[in-house]
Ligand binder design. Structure first.
Ligand SMILES: Nc1ncnc2c1ncn2[C@@H]1O[C@H](COP(=O)(O)OP(=O)(O)O)[C@@H](O)[C@H]1O
Ligand SMILES: [Mg+2]
Length: 228
């Protein structure tokens, strides 16, 4: 469960990125987070992964309440969340398989667990036959699927994606959203930031809209129900 309660975020340069934002996402939900550029979407994501701390208000993620960046709970919280970015963030000189191994070792997984989990996750995104390739030998859509497989390695209860289709053509974007929908259907909570209205409207999902650091609409479909 994700909960932001009356959150304010001011950056050191004085930008008020979030202005009293409250949002609750229950386990198993699929939520699109939309809104114009600069409305605070990425700031919400950075708060949820413990990369920044709120100026005011509370942020709770999967039972962890994060109070400051030095909070010793943050590594444990991070293991409950898989993150996906627009630019894939794969290691270019490692194969797909080794990218996955690297990510698992980083959180202290042993060889037995790695041998079991890596093929399982690659299979889930349909890339089991590309495990020996390097990222540069894959299409953008395939690279993003590797990033999704990597995000799933620690069996997170939540997947958070910041503009995961920003670098992909419409057909590939649809494929990625469907894959995230499939992962959600298997029980993982999914939060996807996007500004692609047409794509959002192809899915009958909850849409939370931000403007100037606040929730201005929350409901099914892009136009959404006005927030109270
Ligand atoms: N590290 C930062 N330092 C200062 N201002 C920032 C920083 N990151 C984002 N901002 C500002 O905060 C506001 C919200 O940004 P962001 O959360 O990235 O919006 P979005 O992802 O919706 O485009 C914008 O005005 C942006 O310029
Ligand atoms: Mg952003």
């Amino acid at each position: 469960m994700i909960r932001l309660i009356d959150v304010y975020k001011d950056y050191p340069n004085g930008t008020h990125a979030l202005n009293g934002l409250s949002l609750e996402i229950h386990d198993g939900e699929f939520v699109f987070l939309v809104g114009p550029s600069g409305s605070g979407k990425s700031t919400v994501i950075k708060l949820l992964i413990g990369e920044i701390e709120p100026t005011e208000g509370r942020v709770m993620v999967n039972g962890f309440s994060l109070r400051n960046i030095r909070d010793r709970q943050i590594p444990y919280m991070r293991r409950t969340v898989g993150v996906i970015f627009q630019d894939f963030r794969l290691i270019e000189h490692k194969t797909v398989y080794d990218n996955m191994v690297f990510a698992m070792r980083a959180v202290g997984a042993g060889p037995k667990e790695i041998r079991k989990r890596v093929p399982y996750c690659l299979n889930l995104v349909g890339l089991e036959n590309k495990s020996r390739r390097h990222p540069s030998e894959l299409s953008g859509g395939e690279q993003q699927r590797v990033a999704i497989a990597r995000a799933l390695l620690n069996n997170p209860s939540t997947i958070i994606a910041d503009e995961p289709t920003g670098n992909l053509d419409p057909a590939r974007s649809l494929e990625i959203m469907r894959l995230l929908g499939h992962i959600n259907a298997l029980g993982t909570t999914v939060l996807v930031v996007t500004h692609e209205k047409d794509l959002v409207n192809r899915f009958d999902k909850r849409v939370v809209k931000l403007e100037r650091g606040r929730v201005v609409a929350d409901g099914k479909g892009y136009s959404g129900r006005k927030a109270e």
